[in-house]
Design a binder for this molecule. Structure first.
Ligand code: FES
Length: 158
Protein backbone atom coordinates (compact mmCIF):
# COMPACT_ATOMS: atom_id res chain seq x y z
CA UNK A 1 0.00 0.00 0.00
CA UNK A 2 1.02 3.61 -0.46
CA UNK A 3 1.28 5.76 2.69
CA UNK A 4 1.69 9.51 2.91
CA UNK A 5 2.83 11.22 6.06
CA UNK A 6 4.77 14.15 7.46
CA UNK A 7 8.24 13.49 8.84
CA UNK A 8 9.95 16.39 10.63
CA UNK A 9 7.68 18.72 8.69
CA UNK A 10 8.42 17.19 5.29
CA UNK A 11 5.83 15.32 3.31
CA UNK A 12 6.81 11.74 2.49
CA UNK A 13 5.26 9.05 0.36
CA UNK A 14 6.27 5.41 0.60
CA UNK A 15 5.17 2.06 -0.67
CA UNK A 16 4.92 -0.26 2.37
CA UNK A 17 3.80 -3.71 3.40
CA UNK A 18 1.05 -2.84 5.90
CA UNK A 19 2.03 -5.11 8.79
CA UNK A 20 5.78 -4.71 8.55
CA UNK A 21 7.12 -2.56 11.42
CA UNK A 22 7.37 1.11 10.48
CA UNK A 23 10.98 1.04 11.68
CA UNK A 24 11.92 -0.78 8.47
CA UNK A 25 10.91 2.28 6.48
CA UNK A 26 11.66 5.11 8.91
CA UNK A 27 15.16 3.73 9.50
CA UNK A 28 15.85 4.40 5.81
CA UNK A 29 14.82 8.03 6.28
CA UNK A 30 16.56 8.98 9.51
CA UNK A 31 19.24 6.32 9.74
CA UNK A 32 18.39 5.37 13.31
CA UNK A 33 17.55 1.74 13.95
CA UNK A 34 16.94 0.06 17.24
CA UNK A 35 18.33 -3.28 18.19
CA UNK A 36 15.67 -5.03 20.26
CA UNK A 37 12.66 -5.11 17.94
CA UNK A 38 10.28 -5.37 20.91
CA UNK A 39 9.98 -1.77 22.13
CA UNK A 40 12.39 -2.12 25.04
CA UNK A 41 15.60 -0.36 23.91
CA UNK A 42 13.73 2.91 23.12
CA UNK A 43 16.18 3.59 20.31
CA UNK A 44 13.59 3.80 17.55
CA UNK A 45 11.14 5.97 19.51
CA UNK A 46 9.36 8.75 17.65
CA UNK A 47 6.57 11.17 18.35
CA UNK A 48 3.48 10.30 16.38
CA UNK A 49 0.83 12.97 16.69
CA UNK A 50 2.55 14.16 19.87
CA UNK A 51 2.56 10.72 21.53
CA UNK A 52 5.64 8.58 21.99
CA UNK A 53 5.69 5.27 20.14
CA UNK A 54 8.43 2.85 19.20
CA UNK A 55 8.61 2.41 15.43
CA UNK A 56 9.41 -1.29 15.80
CA UNK A 57 6.00 -1.79 17.44
CA UNK A 58 4.11 0.28 14.88
CA UNK A 59 2.67 -1.41 11.80
CA UNK A 60 3.59 0.53 8.67
CA UNK A 61 -0.02 1.16 7.66
CA UNK A 62 -0.30 3.48 10.72
CA UNK A 63 2.11 5.87 9.01
CA UNK A 64 -0.61 6.94 6.60
CA UNK A 65 -1.72 10.47 7.43
CA UNK A 66 0.57 10.63 10.49
CA UNK A 67 2.69 13.53 11.71
CA UNK A 68 5.98 12.10 12.86
CA UNK A 69 8.92 13.77 14.57
CA UNK A 70 12.24 12.27 15.54
CA UNK A 71 14.97 13.87 17.65
CA UNK A 72 16.36 15.76 14.64
CA UNK A 73 12.99 17.41 14.20
CA UNK A 74 12.98 18.81 17.74
CA UNK A 75 15.62 21.50 17.26
CA UNK A 76 14.28 24.91 18.17
CA UNK A 77 11.58 23.48 20.41
CA UNK A 78 11.93 25.11 23.84
CA UNK A 79 10.53 22.18 25.83
CA UNK A 80 12.93 19.82 24.08
CA UNK A 81 15.76 22.23 24.91
CA UNK A 82 14.78 22.31 28.59
CA UNK A 83 14.57 18.51 28.71
CA UNK A 84 18.03 18.15 27.16
CA UNK A 85 19.50 20.63 29.64
CA UNK A 86 17.96 18.70 32.53
CA UNK A 87 19.14 15.37 31.08
CA UNK A 88 22.67 16.79 30.80
CA UNK A 89 22.57 18.04 34.37
CA UNK A 90 21.29 14.79 35.86
CA UNK A 91 23.56 12.71 33.62
CA UNK A 92 20.91 10.96 31.55
CA UNK A 93 22.39 12.16 28.26
CA UNK A 94 24.97 9.38 28.68
CA UNK A 95 22.23 6.96 27.50
CA UNK A 96 22.85 7.65 23.81
CA UNK A 97 20.96 4.66 22.48
CA UNK A 98 17.84 5.10 24.60
CA UNK A 99 17.83 8.88 24.36
CA UNK A 100 14.98 9.18 21.80
CA UNK A 101 12.58 7.23 23.99
CA UNK A 102 13.66 8.96 27.19
CA UNK A 103 13.32 12.42 25.65
CA UNK A 104 9.95 11.67 24.09
CA UNK A 105 8.56 10.14 27.28
CA UNK A 106 9.55 13.32 29.12
CA UNK A 107 8.23 15.48 26.29
CA UNK A 108 4.81 13.84 26.21
CA UNK A 109 4.48 13.99 29.96
CA UNK A 110 5.53 17.64 30.24
CA UNK A 111 3.45 18.69 27.23
CA UNK A 112 0.38 17.50 29.09
CA UNK A 113 1.48 18.98 32.42
CA UNK A 114 4.70 20.95 33.10
CA UNK A 115 4.49 20.08 36.79
CA UNK A 116 3.40 16.45 36.91
CA UNK A 117 2.52 14.89 40.23
CA UNK A 118 4.25 11.85 41.65
CA UNK A 119 1.52 9.52 40.41
CA UNK A 120 1.85 10.71 36.79
CA UNK A 121 5.62 10.50 36.98
CA UNK A 122 5.54 6.96 38.34
CA UNK A 123 3.05 5.97 35.64
CA UNK A 124 5.44 7.19 32.93
CA UNK A 125 8.64 5.97 34.46
CA UNK A 126 7.26 2.45 34.67
CA UNK A 127 7.66 2.39 30.86
CA UNK A 128 11.40 2.68 31.30
CA UNK A 129 12.76 -0.56 30.03
CA UNK A 130 16.34 0.57 29.70
CA UNK A 131 18.82 -0.20 32.44
CA UNK A 132 20.86 2.83 31.48
CA UNK A 133 18.87 5.10 33.75
CA UNK A 134 17.05 4.56 37.01
CA UNK A 135 13.45 5.64 37.47
CA UNK A 136 14.57 8.00 40.20
CA UNK A 137 17.05 9.74 37.87
CA UNK A 138 14.48 10.01 35.11
CA UNK A 139 11.87 11.48 37.45
CA UNK A 140 14.37 13.96 38.86
CA UNK A 141 15.29 15.14 35.36
CA UNK A 142 11.64 15.45 34.31
CA UNK A 143 10.82 17.48 37.43
CA UNK A 144 13.77 19.79 36.76
CA UNK A 145 12.88 20.28 33.08
CA UNK A 146 9.24 20.93 34.01
CA UNK A 147 10.15 23.56 36.61
CA UNK A 148 12.49 25.37 34.23
CA UNK A 149 10.01 25.22 31.38
CA UNK A 150 7.10 26.41 33.51
CA UNK A 151 9.17 29.35 34.75
CA UNK A 152 10.04 30.33 31.17
CA UNK A 153 6.40 30.14 30.12
CA UNK A 154 5.48 32.30 33.08
CA UNK A 155 8.15 34.89 32.23
CA UNK A 156 7.04 34.98 28.59
CA UNK A 157 3.45 35.62 29.58
CA UNK A 158 4.34 38.73 31.64
S1 FES B 1 14.13 -1.50 18.21
FE1 FES B 1 14.22 -1.27 20.36
S2 FES B 1 12.57 -0.01 20.84
FE2 FES B 1 12.41 -0.30 18.72
Amino acid sequence: MQVEFWFNGQRRSLSVIPDVPAQEYLGEIHGRRGTCGDGSCLQCAILLGGRVVTACSLPAYRLDGAEIVDLDGMHGDTLHHDIMRAFDKIGISRCRAALPGLVFLAYQLLSDNPLPGDEDLHEFSRHLTTRCVSREEFERAVRLAGRVHKRKLHEQSR
